[in-house]
Design a protein around this ligand. Structure first.
Ligand code: 8OZ
Length: 408
């Protein structure tokens, strides 16, 4: 990793600004936190980021270990979305967490992060219908709640392709899906992860069951809100039984339209109901994408604060993690005002491995090279600069990636 020089900005300026924003009795974005059985040394979360750099057999690589190690100053790292089984994969070169080779590789990554004093949890992923036959075992159809194809794309060895026609899961197959999630959670703990986040967002399998815009089943897993939350509840219950609720969290995106997840006819009612049902589990955290993933925060009116109150009613020790286009000042205010316990940053962590220090000292952020986001090697992955704590500035070192961005 390269280091760059720092200019005239004084750390004391940023500290004074922070002090002005926060009363002494308030928690700040930079304070440690305990939630469930987890701890974080600050409230800045590295959001899960798909980077498509797994090796043969969907095994994580040494380069991935370096990438995560570089970002270990995050209070909590959520791993990139990681498929729980071969059928759960939907994109080229994403890592899995079901084979012994995959588990060994994850062990190197969790050890590297822990050696630097960081915390890391695994994001457990089943893509459902957002997949392509070329990525499925024996070229079979992807599985979903429905047999209807999504109007969405994935990337395969041939580049961007339309996703394939799925097959609706039979009732007798659903316990197997729950079992795969349970086993993946066990595997995560066995590989040294501090916990897991279930991917319940962005139009993947859990949302394919949750939303009435997708789920067209007529059995006990379709129709009413209670029926549509049934599989997600079974998954969350099985995982909490397996590894403990204190190590288990869930990511949601109640109104995000990505991956052809059209709005539920009653998104607020559905997610409020889901939260009420989750309440007795005492999850370690809920991680919520506010608005459209990576886009408009105000796409649809949705009362995220109401959802938070339902979670906190019975789960005061659980963390409410917010995400989606937060700037430094938004993040500081969200924690100071108790609107959130932690704030997750996605893309800013790609180009700023030292994002925590840059936010802490209000330094400019390096811009992202979008051409190296998905797939490839070290370029645009492990070669973004960190600031060395002495001199740093937007034009330092003549680094082309180093440009000032106001919004994160
Ligand atoms: C970008 C590209 C591929 C997958 C998500 C796991 O949207 C993803 C993803 C993001 O949650």
């Amino acid at each position: 990793m390269r280091y760059i020089s720092r200019g005239v900005r004084q750390r004391t300026d940023a500290n004074a600004e922070l002090a002005a924003l926060c009363r002494p009795d308030m928690s700040t974005l930079f304070d440690p936190i305990r939630f469930g059985s987890l701890t974080a040394r600050n409230r800045i979360v590295m959001a899960p980021l798909t980077r498509n750099r797994a090796g043969p057999g969907q095994v994580a690589t040494d380069l991935m270990a370096l990438y995560y190690e570089q970002r270990s100053s995050a209070g909590l790292i959520v791993s990139e979305a990681t498929q729980i089984a071969p059928e759960a994969q939907g994109y080229l070169d994403t890592p899995g967490i079901y084979s012994s080779a995959q588990l060994r590789a994850w062990r190197s990554i969790t050890s590297a992060v822990h050696a630097k004093g960081g915390s890391i949890i695994a994001q457990l992923w089943h893509v459902g219908r957002i997949s392509h036959v070329s990525l499925q075992p024996h070229g079979q159809a992807p599985v979903s709640s429905t047999g209807r194809r999504a109007d969405a794309k994935t990337f395969t060895t041939k580049g961007f392709e339309d996703v394939s026609q799925p097959r609706a899961l039979r009732l007798d197959e659903l316990p197997g899906i729950v079992g795969q999630f349970r086993q993946a959670a066990r595997n995560a703990i066995d590989s040294g992860f501090d916990g897991v986040e279930v991917h319940g967002a962005n139009g993947y399998l859990l949302e394919q069951f949750l939303r009435d815009s997708i789920n067209d089943r007529t059995d006990a897993y379709g129709g009413s809100q209670e029926n549509r939350i049934r599989l997600p509840m079974e998954i969350m219950t099985a995982i909490t039984e397996e590894i403990g609720a204190g190590r288990t969290g869930l990511r949601l995106s109640p109104v995000s339209p990505v991956n052809d997840a059209k709005q539920d006819s009653d998104a607020q009612g559905l997610f409020n109901h889901f939260m009420n049902r989750l309440n007795p589990l005492h999850l370690a955290f809920i991680h919520v994408i506010e608005g459209a993933t990576g886009a408009a925060r105000d796409l649809m009116s949705f009362d995220f604060a109401a959802l938070k109150s339902l979670f906190k009613r019975n789960d005061a020790q659980g963390a409410w993690i917010v995400n989606n286009g937060y700037t430094r000042s938004m993040a500081i205010s969200a924690v100071a005002s108790d609107a959130a316990d932690m704030v997750a940053f996605g893309r800013p962590f790609i180009s700023n491995p030292d994002l925590v220090n840059r936010l802490r000292f209000d330094e400019p952020l390096a811009a992202l090279d979008a051409t190296t986001l998905y797939g490839g090697g070290a370029a645009g992955y492990t070669d973004y600069p960190v600031f060395d704590g002495s001199d740093f500035g937007p034009n330092a070192g003549g680094n082309p990636r180093e440009r000032v961005e106001s919004a994160v």
